[in-house]
Design a protein around this ligand. Structure first.
Ligand code: ASP
Length: 591
């Protein structure tokens, strides 16, 4: 139908007759002449309707926003003074000879270029929302990133192999979505949390290098960076050591950023051990743009009178940690209280601090509600270790290590970005050497930190059953600006080690057979050493696009409550459908 895209018009086409198709973005009636900005996916073009063209002019008078038009006319330079330097096609316009309304439109519920639309309105009207320029840009960036990944992986010998979506319920970590089976009364499929075991079996099957851009499903409470269904770039290789896998995947990430957004990520990515990350940043995905670091103070606080510090300092698994903020002495009481309030929302009980007015004066030069409870030696140590000088403030957390880390890590992040301690940069890194297990206080049992198929570090096999807290894994996360964008590991390729891990996780022999028999069997037929990674593709594109939430880079996302406001999913179903699935509901769904 068209000869050119609207956004393609330029001075090179002057005097050519073109035919454009698109949507009436805006119509302006300038007393006698009508201008319509015609929009398609490549951009805008200005169509000019003169009253001399009686027929076309009469049609243009009826056009409203979002009508679909086809216009034919001659391209000419815009008259002097009317050039629009903000538009690629802003030097020219089309003098319309003919126009056809291909389809009218109802008045849209919002102006397409309106900013600050509520997300509910946007998601309810997703089709119109997707017409907006930022969404068009985001989804095309997503496409470029996906294509860059496919090209890189193809060039490096990775084969795209599809894996099932109707899978089996297995205890792998997250809560699963279940699909009732019609043919098997009382039986269910589960939607895969990831194709983890399929990709491992493809390695055992000899494909050597696999990838897939694939939907994964987890029925978890949602946050800004989570969706119940999300996309991974899922990768697995055989016969590569951990360092080689990381080196290759780092190149993939660099390639994607270069191709999709023209960003050159640093080469190589720094590598940080998990323990270091927790010690210095309090989180396992440190935002290295923020230059502040935490200070270890547990030893220092063991013998102070202040029980709030000495208690956790002496408790097993306790930690006292400080955060020095240069120049933070100027924070007002109100500002400090606001930080304390913020930490309360994360479960903290209070925020202790010391302002350094004049370091040379010792305790006299310090200002703080807690100074009198700390002896001189402890105060000197605090100043030395944090390196605090005049005009600084030091914040403290004392708690179980997990909580102290979480609170100070969050404070570091918040203050860092609010008070000018964050660089404007891309700061990727690898976090490696994760503990294999973590203790679930509520369930009183050990859980796999990554997933139960992750290999222990060499020499750590013996700890798996006897001292799980000491077992570290060949697991690695790729982190970018505080977001975990990929996670992976070298896998267990020996059946006896896999069984040890299941034992440590208290998965009984029967359950091992019932749930993972297929894996344990496959492992016994010459499984090669293998490992891999999965990129959180939505998160990656969100970072590339500078968007706030992954919903902005997904065409049809769900809300925080797992609803699709466009189609209305999830919905009740008919009694007949339930009957076929052998299901009777406990509660009748609310309308
Ligand atoms: N399957 C893992 C995940 O989804 C990633 C991996 O280990 O490759 O987190």
């Amino acid at each position: 139908m068209r000869s050119h895209y609207c956004g393609e018009l330029s001075a090179a086409l002057v005097d050519r007759v073109v035919t454009l198709c698109g949507w009436a973005h805006r119509r302006r009636d300038h007393g006698g002449v009508i201008f319509i900005d015609l929009r398609d996916r490549e951009g805008l073009a200005q169509a000019v309707f003169n009253p001399e063209r009686v027929e076309a002019f009469a049609i243009a008078e009826r056009v409203r926003n979002e009508f679909v038009l086809k216009v034919t006319g001659k391209v000419r330079r815009r008259p002097q003074g009317t050039v629009n330097p903000d538009l690629p096609s802003g030097e020219v316009e089309v003098m319309v000879q003919e126009v056809e309304i291909l389809n009218p439109s109802l008045t849209p519920p919002f102006q397409l270029d309106e900013e600050n639309l509520s997300e509910t309105v946007r998601l309810e009207n997703r089709v119109l929302d997707l017409r907006r320029e930022p969404m068009q840009k985001n989804l095309r960036m997503r496409h470029r990133a996906a294509m860059a990944a496919r090209r890189f992986l193809d060039e490096h010998g990775f084969i795209d192999i599809e894996t099932p979506v109707l899978y089996k319920s297995t205890p792998e970590g997250a809560r699963e979505f279940l699909v009732p089976s019609r043919l098997h009364d009382g039986h269910f499929y589960a939607l895969p949390q990831s194709p983890q075991l399929f990709k491992q079996m493809l390695m055992i099957a000899g494909f050597d290098r696999y990838y897939q851009i694939v939907k994964c499903f987890r029925d978890e409470d949602l946050r800004a960076d989570r969706q119940p269904e999300f996309t991974q770039i899922d990768v697995e290789t055989s016969f590569l050591a951990e360092e080689d896998i990381r080196a290759l995947m780092e190149r993939l990430a660099r390639h994607m950023f270069r191709e999709a957004v023209g960003v050159e990520l640093p080469d190589p990515f720094p590598v940080m051990r998990y323990d270091e990350a927790m010690r210095d940043y309090g989180v396992d995905k440190p935002d290295l743009r923020v230059t502040l670091k935490l200070t270890e103070l547990t030893e220092v606080m063991k013998d102070v009178d202040f029980k709030v510090f000495s208690g956790p300092a002496n408790a097993p698994g306790g930690r006292v940690v400080g955060l020095r903020v240069p120049g933070g002495g100027s924070l007002t009481r109100g500002e400090i209280d606001a930080y304390a309030e913020y930490l309360k929302t994360l479960g903290s009980r209070g925020l202790a601090w010391i302002k350094v007015n004049e370091r040379a004066k010792g305790a006299q030069g310090l200002q703080s509600p807690i100074v009198k409870n700390l002896h001189a030696k402890a105060l000197t140590e605090v100043l030395e270790r944090t390196g605090a000088g005049d005009g600084d403030i030091i914040f403290f957390a004392a708690d179980k290590a997990d909580s102290a880390n979480a609170h100070m890590g969050a404070l570091r992040q918040k203050i860092g970005h609010e008070r000018g301690f964050a660089e404007k940069a891309w700061r990727p890194l690898w976090v490696v050497d994760f503990p294999m297990f973590e203790y679930d206080e509520d369930a009183k049992e050990w859980k796999a930190r990554h997933h139960p198929f992750t290999s222990p570090k060499d020499g750590h096999e013996a700890y798996i059953e006897s001292a799980p807290e000491k077992a570290y894994a060949k697991a690695y996360d790729m982190v970018l600006n505080g977001w975990e964008i990929a996670g992976g590991s070298v896998r267990i390729h020996r059946e006896e080690i896999q069984q040890k891990v299941f034992n440590a996780l208290k998965i009984s022999k029967e359950e091992q057979r019932a749930k993972f028999g297929f894996l344990l069997d496959a492992l016994q037929y010459g499984a090669p050493p293998h490992g891999g990674i999965a990129f959180g593709f939505d998160r990656m594109v969100t970072l590339m696009a500078g968007a706030d939430a992954i919903r902005d880079v997904i065409a049809f996302p769900k809300t925080q409550r797992g609803q699709d406001l466009l189609t209305g999913a999830p919905t009740p179903v008919t009694e007949k459908q339930l009957r076929e699935l052998h299901i009777r509901l406990r509660n009748l769904p609310q309308p």
